[in-house]
Write a protein that binds this ligand. Structure first.
Ligand SMILES: Cc1cc2nc3c(=O)[nH]c(=O)nc-3n(C[C@H](O)[C@H](O)[C@H](O)COP(=O)(O)OP(=O)(O)OC[C@H]3O[C@@H](n4cnc5c(N)ncnc54)[C@H](O)[C@@H]3O)c2cc1C
Length: 376
C-alpha cells in the first residue's frame, strides 16, 4: 500500500499536537493539518491555563483518569522542555456552613480519583493563606497549577518536528474518503478554492469546535452517535492591577461547581495578573466578544469569596468556547475518544467533546489515541 503519510492529524491545538508528538515518537510519519495560519488559536489558548488535579470528574471516567495522568505528564514535560508553569495550588472555598458538605463530597471524590496532597482547611488557615478571601472552610489542592498553554502546544510541535512530522498551516480538511486500504484526505490551502488530497493510513480528528464536522465528513452520523457538539461560551473579566486585592492561589467557589462550568473562579496568570471567569452560556455560533454588561453579575458572584471587590475594578478580558457534548441542562458527558473500526471506518480516531480538562489531559489523550490505533 502506498501512502503519503502514516497518519494525518486534523487540528493543531494542544490535543492534535500532542497526538502528533506521541504518534511520531512511535515511528509513524505524521502530517498535521491546521485550518488557521498559526497553531493553537482556538480552545488551547482561550482558557484558564489551569493544570487541573482531577477533583470534579466521576470516578473511572476518561476525564478523571486522563486528567490525573495528564497533570503528571504536563508537569514532567514543562520541567523537561522549559515550558513556563507554576504550581500555584488551588483553594475551593465554602462561603457558608451549608456548603461544607459539598466541600467534603469533593474531597472524597478527588481522593477516589487519586489526587495527592489534598487537605481540608478551616477559616483561620484560609485567612492566613489568602487574607482577602472570605470563607468558612476550604479544600486545598497544592498540585493544581498554571501553564503557558501556547508554550505547551509549542513543546508538542517541537517534539513532533524532531521526529520528522510536518505541519501544514492554512490547510482545512474538507473531505475524508475511505478507500479500500487508506484514507484520502482532501484539503483546501489558504483562501483558494483549489483542493488537494493526500493518502494516509490513519486520521486523527482533533479539530476541537470542528470535530463534529470532521467526523461527519468521514461518514459518521453524528446525531445517531450522540456526537453533536454544543458551544458553551465563557467570558472572563480581569482585575485592575491597582485594585487592593492580592491572591497567590487559584480560588474556586464550591457553590456552583455542578453547573456547565466550575463557577466564576479567580485565576492568577504567570505574570501574576488576576482574572475572573469563565461563566457559562450556550451559544449558537462562535463569537469571542465579552459582554461588558455582565460586569455587575461577575462582581456579585466574585464578592461571595472576595467581599471587598468593587464593580469598577473589573474589565472585560477575553472569551473561550467550550465544546460540550452535554446540551443545556443535560448531565455529565465524558470525552469521546474512539477508533471507529466498529463503525466501518478503520483508522479513524475521533477526539470529540474535548472540553476542560482537555489542556491538562492533552498528552494522556494522545497516549490513549496511540494505544487504540496500535491495537486496531
Ligand atoms: C473557557 C474555557 C476554559 C478552560 N479552562 C481549562 C483549564 O483551565 N484547564 C484545562 O485543562 N482545560 C481547560 N479548558 C479546555 C481546553 O481549553 C480544551 O480542552 C483544549 O484546548 C482542547 O484542545 P484541542 O486541541 O482539542 O482543540 P483546539 O485548541 O480548539 O484545536 C482544534 C484545532 O482544529 C482546527 N480545525 C478545526 N477544524 C479543522 C479542519 N476542518 N481542518 C483543519 N483544522 C481544523 C482549529 O483551527 C483548531 O486549531 C477550557 C476550555 C474553555 C472553553
Amino acid at each position: 500500500m502506498s501512502v503519503d503519510f502514516d497518519t494525518a492529524v486534523v487540528g493543531a491545538g494542544a490535543v492534535g499536537l500532542a497526538c502528533a508528538a506521541v504518534l511520531s515518537a512511535r515511528g509513524r510519519s505524521v502530517v498535521i493539518l491546521e485550518a488557521r495560519n498559526a497553531i493553537a488559536q482556538e480552545g488551547t489558548t482561550r482558557n484558564s491555563e489551569v493544570i487541573h488535579a482531577s477533583i470534579y470528574y466521576p470516578a473511572g471516567s476518561l476525564k478523571a483518569r486522563l486528567c490525573r495522568r495528564g497533570s503528571d505528564l504536563v508537569y514532567a514535560r514543562c520541567a523537561e522542555r522549559s515550558v513556563e508553569h507554576k504550581r500555584t495550588g488551588k483553594l475551593i472555598v465554602a462561603t457558608s456552613d451549608d456548603e461544607v458538605p459539598k466541600l467534603e463530597a469533593l474531597f472524597v471524590a478527588a481522593r477516589t480519583n487519586g489526587v495527592p496532597e489534598l487537605a481540608m482547611i478551616d477559616a483561620a488557615e484560609l485567612h492566613r493563606l489568602e487574607p482577602d478571601v472570605a470563607g468558612v472552610a476550604a479544600l486545598s489542592s497544592p498540585v493544581t497549577g498554571i501553564v503557558d498553554a501556547h508554550g505547551l502546544a509549542l513543546s508538542y510541535l517541537a517534539e513532533a518536528e524532531e521526529n520528522g512530522a510536518a505541519l501544514l498551516l492554512h490547510h482545512r480538511v474538507t473531505a475524508l474518503d475511505r478507500e479500500p486500504d487508506a484514507w484520502r484526505v482532501v484539503v483546501r490551502a489558504g483562501e483558494s478554492d483549489e483542493e488537494q488530497s493526500l493518502r494516509c493510513r490513519e486520521v486523527v480528528n482533533a479539530a476541537g469546535m470542528g470535530a463534529e464536522q470532521v467526523a461527519a465528513l468521514a461518514g459518521l452520523d453524528v446525531d445517531r452517535e450522540g456526537l453533536r457538539v454544543h458551544l458553551c461560551k465563557g467570558d472572563y473579566f480581569s482585575l485592575a492591577p491597582s485594585a487592593p486585592i492580592s491572591l497567590s492561589q487559584l480560588i474556586y467557589p464550591v457553590g456552583s461547581a455542578a453547573g456547565a462550568g466550575l463557577g466564576v473562579h479567580a485565576t492568577v496568570d504567570l505574570a501574576g495578573r488576576v482574572r475572573f471567569g469563565p461563566d457559562a452560556t450556550y451559544v449558537d455560533r462562535a463569537d469571542y466578544t465579552v459582554d461588558e454588561s455582565k460586569r455587575a453579575a461577575f462582581a456579585e458572584a466574585v464578592r461571595r469569596y472576595l467581599p471587598t471587590l468593587e464593580d469598577e475594578w473589573l474589565a472585560p478580558d477575553f472569551a473561550g468556547l467550550r465544546t460540550k457534548l452535554a446540551g443545556p441542562g443535560e448531565g455529565f458527558r465524558d470525552f469521546e475518544i474512539r477508533e471507529e473500526s466498529a463503525r466501518g471506518l478503520p483508522g479513524l480516531m475521533n477526539c470529540i467533546g474535548i472540553e476542560s480538562p482537555g489542556l491538562t489531559a492533552s498528552q494522556a489523550i494522545a497516549e490513549m489515541v496511540a494505544e487504540q490505533l496500535d491495537s486496531s
